[in-house]
Design a protein around this ligand. Structure first.
Ligand SMILES: *[C@@H]1O[C@H](CO)[C@@H](O)[C@H](O)[C@H]1NC(C)=O
Ligand SMILES: *[C@@H]1O[C@H](CO)[C@@H](O)[C@H](O)[C@H]1NC(C)=O
Length: 460
């Protein structure tokens, strides 16, 4: 009874924990503590998702992201005070360090964004339009009645970040009041919301109109899988625009914050393993061996790890350049919460130090870059094949030579001398032995070849 109660309490605690893969502590910086009520819908939705919010005024000097020991005090930071001269003790440098340490950051800008926010945005490849300029759309404004409220449904098609509701053809548009952004062309940066074609950036001095296509919200994922979102509008997250008629702001803010706070599209790789096709795992593989490679991938979403199934996960076997690149097959053998990727690879006919590497980077998904170094050795002296099919002509010629030699030897050994001459020699021997003198002997031996030759000529 008591045990079941404890299990029940444990389940409740687990259910109450944040739905983020990395942590639940969030620092929210607003211009003044009272201004937090302007964003109550957004902040309440974060609380409802299990995050612990520390809402601070920008002027509070004790606001910091790192503790005295240099460790992160928060897992995520949401900066909603773009115009503030200072954000507690934070500056662009300490915020970049926070992201380097794996912290996630949502930062918003506005027409009067401070130099600090602009510097911070450029660290992530986003240039905020000139101070005082703002996005204006006179054509699309009719719905909202104000040219300063840009209405855009130009979402980037990134299912890992935006939910199906916003990717549908009749998606509700986001109401945006703020400054345009220019995104650098770098693969880590994804502009998720672009300005409508009729919108432009109106500078404060009203003479130079920018004609470049501008973005409104961009997201950036660092190589260490920290996530950053830069929005040109702070009002986008305000109750006023979230509650506007037909606005998709609520959904958009939810999607972006879920992505930034690592509640979805978080990938995890585990149990990289490889062995010979026979199941054996030697210290070094031999060139040309058949190797089985396996890796487990899981995706975090809805507060749990799930299977992650994709047909574009590739394995490379690299020594400076990839020698082998195969697309891995996936199976569900590992269990319900992960997907096992498997590839059967024949090692190249080249020995040295190779790296098995899976480098999987897709927009919106965590980067997977796992590797293992293996040694590939040439065959040992006793591992070479006994016979090579290519060498059969040589084997045949050697064999033919041996057979020929034996045949010739046999012929030479067993071919008898002509019969009559050998008979004559044997007949003559006993007769001559008694009387022959040394002179006669030498004369006999000298004359013998002549008689042989004569007998041969006769026979021929
Ligand atoms: C300033 O921040 C500290 C914690 O960092 C907090 O305890 C304090 O209440 C804040 N002061 C104000 C005026 O909000
Ligand atoms: C994937 O499975 C197919 C069919 O079983 C097989 O032909 C192919 O070689 C496999 N790919 C890898 C990389 O193992």
């Amino acid at each position: 009874m008591r045990l079941t109660r404890w299990i029940w309490i444990g389940l409740c605690v687990a259910g109450a924990s944040a739905r983020s893969a990395t942590g639940r502590r969030v620092l929210v910086v607003v211009p003044t503590p009272g201004a937090a009520s302007d964003y109550s819908d957004f902040l309440d939705s974060l609380k409802a998702r299990g995050f612990e919010l520390a809402v601070r005024g920008a002027a509070n000097a004790s606001v910091a992201l790192h503790g005295g020991d240099g460790a992160r005090m928060y897992d995520h930071a949401v900066l909603l005070a773009p115009a503030a001269k200072r954000l507690g003790s934070l500056n662009a440098q300490s915020l970049v360090r926070f992201v380097d340490d794996g912290g996630n950051l949502l930062v918003t800008a506005s027409s009067d964004a401070s130099p600090m926010v602009r510097t911070l945005a450029t660290q992530f490849g986003v240039t905020v339009e000139k101070r005082g300029s703002r996005m204006v759309d006179h054509v699309g404004a009719s719905a909202s009645g104000d040219a300063g409220t840009v209405v855009s449904a130009r979402y980037a098609h990134v299912p890992a970040i935006l939910s199906q509701k916003l990717l549908a053809s009749n998606a509700p548009p986001v109401h945006f009041e703020g400054v345009g952004l220019r995104a650098a062309d770098i693969p880590l940066l994804v502009p998720v919301l672009s300005a409508p074609r009729t919108a432009y950036s109106a500078p404060a001095d009203d003479n130079a109109v920018s004609e470049a296509a501008l973005d409104l919200v961009s997201v950036f994922q660092t190589r260490n899988n920290a996530r950053v979102a830069v929005s040109g509008s702070t009002a986008l997250f305000s109750d006023r625009l979230m509650r506007a008629d037909g606005a998709g702001n609520r959904q958009f803010a939810a999607d972006i914050s879920q992505w930034v706070l690592q509640e979805k599209s978080v990938l995890r790789a585990s149990s990289l393993r490889h062995s010979l096709a026979t199941g054996e795992r030697p210290d070094h593989y031999r060139v040309g061996s058949d190797v089985v490679f396996e890796l487990d991938l899981a995706e975090f979403s809805n507060n749990a790890w799930h299977t992650y199934t994709a047909d574009d996960v590739q394995l490379e076997l690299i020594m400076l350049d990839p020698y082998v690149r195969v697309t891995l097959n996936h199976t569900q053998a590992g269990g319900a919460d992960l997907t096992t990727y498997r590839g059967d690879v024949r090692l190249p006919d080249r020995y040295g130090t190779f790296t098995f590497r899976i480098n999987y980077k897709r927009p919106g998904l965590s980067n997977i870059d796992v590797r293992d170094v293996v040694g590939i050795r040439p065959p040992r002296h006793d591992e070479y094949p006994r016979f090579l099919s290519a060498a059969y002509p040589y084997y045949t010629s050697a064999l033919a030579l041996a057979v020929g030699f034996l045949a010739l030897s046999a012929v030479w050994l067993w071919s008898a001398e002509p019969k009559q001459s050998s008979k004559a020699a044997s007949d003559a021997k006993p007769a001559t032995k008694a009387k022959s003198t040394p002179e006669e002997k030498s004369a006999e031996t000298k004359s013998e070849p002549k008689s042989k030759r004569k007998s041969k000529q006769k026979s021929s």
